[in-house]
Design a protein around this ligand. Structure first.
Ligand code: AGP
Length: 606
């Protein structure tokens, strides 16, 4: 996934493009570049590596002009190199393009361009776009039709922004499958892959739809849909505070986002629980009265949240709930009848496999209810109903606050469905009362972060970890392992503790720390037995336990306590020490916690 930005207006073009790219860097950070028009030339500045290198270059050699585009790249086609950095240009340097997405038929188009004499310098799919526009412009001398003709030839998903000496006061943008937002200023206009890069300029935004083509000048934005002609896209006023992502003094966004969790849970409790009544929908979606099965499909951390959702939906709402990895769900011959609802869970709302999963559901004419963070994202727009988790921008690649926000919404949805289906256990008011204690309990955990730092210091050099949980904290074990592996690059497995004897116990020795998630729940005693198994094989055990649990303290090598809470809600609390453990080990290993190697914040490619 890449980030693109375009600006036309009176501000300093270098600083506008750069500040926008800083907000988009989490989308990809292999290389970066900007281009602007001034004099009768397009000027380029491109670097390999992270954005700070582009900032240094622009400090020494700033761009000028009032029309510019920028790009931060997560390499899909073509290795990381200066030639492959965007913007990409045509033969004569009169057209510059930045692109997010994949052009699936680029090889055949590139061969045709080469046969026609075009000089292509990169190994990217993107580079064919300026050359195709050039090719058609030379024939028609109509730049807009050259763009339209080019876009018709492209197969795949893309969001592109184009500047050209042929139309030096304009930026052209096309959305097809990858997100693109335009921002309406007074004497300036802006476009970007998402709203974080726009709110610093204007809070008035419109979300382009597929096949939209936008033309931006300093004083106007025209939008037409390539299939339906001129269109008006709704203008939203974005909550700048919620979507202005700054580190605010934290060393990494991830740590800031971990510490935001109490406030986000508090905000959502106030939003979704009014007078001890759950308010999720203006009107109850009719299909909720008839469904007998839910299929939750998601990826990564969102899948872990869905797995917790499975346990509570089945126990509280008595509804069969399947949890699928989206990239598997979309290719399996699904048995889905009309009483099935599909739920997508996605922080970004742009994950390609999850998006494809809901399209499969809709082909089967099934209702899709999605839990999403980013407003108006593709998954949000294509779902029958969407519940926004309101976690604000999550910049760190490792998902933290979105995970607990997803969990909260799943608990509330399970209670809502339980009541709708006429079940009375557990008592809704009892769970709501427990949920209302979560923010302060989360805050208490964060106040004891130094306990986690001490554990991280002791275990940071180990190269293998195991995370064990049972019942509703089996997904917590999976999530703890994912957090650690994705930002510290340490091999970590999450396992259901009951499976130890069926193989994983063979892995245990003094070189394999085992994190055992064992707060007071119905499986507490079983988990204690698992700890004994590990200890008898010289394994080192890090226990996550309930405050005051002296038995666990006697069993394990190191312990971290969470406040007592209803057993079903323990995933909301155990998530925090697991996040902090991964964070501090990664920092101690000197790694870039927010931008781990090989990963991107949202996987918009399959
Ligand atoms: C989680 O820490 C990872 N960044 C990753 O697994 C992520 O949860 C997954 O890619 C799904 O993203 P989404 O929620 O935006 O769909």
């Amino acid at each position: 996934m890449c980030g693109i930005i375009g600006y036309v207006g009176p501000r300093d073009i270098s600083s506008v493009l750069l500040s926008g790219l800083w907000k988009l860097e989490y989308r990809g950070y292999d290389s970066a570049g900007v281009a602007s028009i001034y004099g009768d030339e397009i000027h380029l500045r491109k670097v390999v590596g992270k954005l700070h290198k582009l900032a240094q270059l622009l400090d020494q050699d700033p761009l000028k002009g009032n029309v510019g585009i920028g790009h931060t790249r997560w390499a899909t086609h073509g290795e990381v190199s200066p030639e492959n950095a965007h913007p990409q240009i045509d033969c004569d340097g009169k057209i510059a393009v930045v692109h997010n997405g994949i052009i699936e038929n680029y090889i055949s188009l590139r061969n045709k361009l080469r046969k026609a004499g075009h000089i292509l310098r990169s190994s990217t799919d993107t580079e064919i776009i300026p050359h195709l526009i050039e090719e058609h412009f030379l024939k028609t001398h109509n730049f807009l039709s050259a763009i339209k003709h080019t876009v018709e030839l492209l197969e795949g998903s893309f969001a592109i922004a184009i500047i050209s000496l042929h139309q030096p006061d304009k930026i052209f943008a096309v959305r097809k499958g990858s997100p693109l937002v335009v921002g309406w200023g007074e004497t300036e206009n802006i476009l970007a892959s998402d709203i974080q890069a726009i709110v610093g300029i204007t809070r008035k935004v419109s979300y382009l739809e597929d096949d939209d083509l936008a033309i931006l000048t300093a004083n106007s934005i025209e939008i037409e849909n390539l299939r339906h002609g001129k269109v008006e896209r709704q203008i939203f006023l974005v909550d700048g505070e919620l979507w202005e992502a700054e580190k605010e003094g934290y060393p990494f966004f991830m740590l800031k986002e971990i510490h935001e969790q109490p406030r986000i849970v508090e905000r959502n409790i106030r939003k979704f629980i009014q007078n001890r009544t759950i308010k999720l929908f203006d009107d109850t979606p009719p299909y909720l009265h008839n469904i007998h099965r839910i299929i939750i499909q998601a990826c990564g951390t969102s899948w872990h949240a869905g797995y917790v959702g499975k346990y509570i939906l089945e126990e509280w709402a008595r509804i069969y709930t399947d949890v699928e990895i989206a990239s598997e769900f979309r290719y399996r011959a699904q048995v889905m009848d009309e009483d099935t609802m599909v739920m997508a869970i996605s922080q970004s709302g742009e994950t390609a496999d999850t998006l494809a999963g809901i399209r499969e559901a809709k082909l089967a004419h099934l209702p899709v209810l999605s839990l999403v963070n980013v407003p108006e994202s593709s998954i949000a727009r294509e779902s029958t109903h969407v519940l926004y988790i309101n976690a604000g921008p999550e910049i760190g690649v490792a998902s933290t606050k979105a995970y607990t926000a997803q969990l909260l919404l799943l608990y509330l949805f399970a209670l809502y469905l339980k009541d709708l289906r006429g079940f009375d256990k557990p008592a809704t008011h009892h769970i709501l009362e427990s949920l209302e204690t979560v923010p302060s309990k989360m805050a208490r955990i964060l106040d004891h972060s130094t306990d986690i730092v001490n554990i991280a210091t002791k275990y940071m050099k180990y190269n293998n970890f195991m995370f064990l949980g049972r019942w509703i904290n089996y997904p917590s074990a999976l999530e703890g392992a994912l957090k650690l592996k994705e930002i510290s690059y340490i091999h970590a497995i999450g396992y259901p503790a009951g499976e130890m004897k069926h193989g994983p116990l063979a892995l245990v020795d003094e070189n394999m720390p085992v994190v055992v998630i064992n707060p007071y729940t119905r499986v507490y005693d079983k988990m204690c037995a698992n700890i004994e198994e590990v200890k008898s094989r010289k394994g080192k055990v890090i226990g996550i336990a309930t405050e005051g649990d002296t038995k666990m303290a006697s069993l394990v090598d190191d312990i971290f306590y969470i406040p007592e809470i209803d057993e079903s809600l323990t995933p909301l609390l155990v998530a925090l020490p697991l996040q902090l453990l991964a964070y501090h080990i990664a920092v101690m290993r000197g790694l870039d916690v927010d931008k781990p190697r090989n990963l991107a914040k949202s996987v918009t490619v399959e």
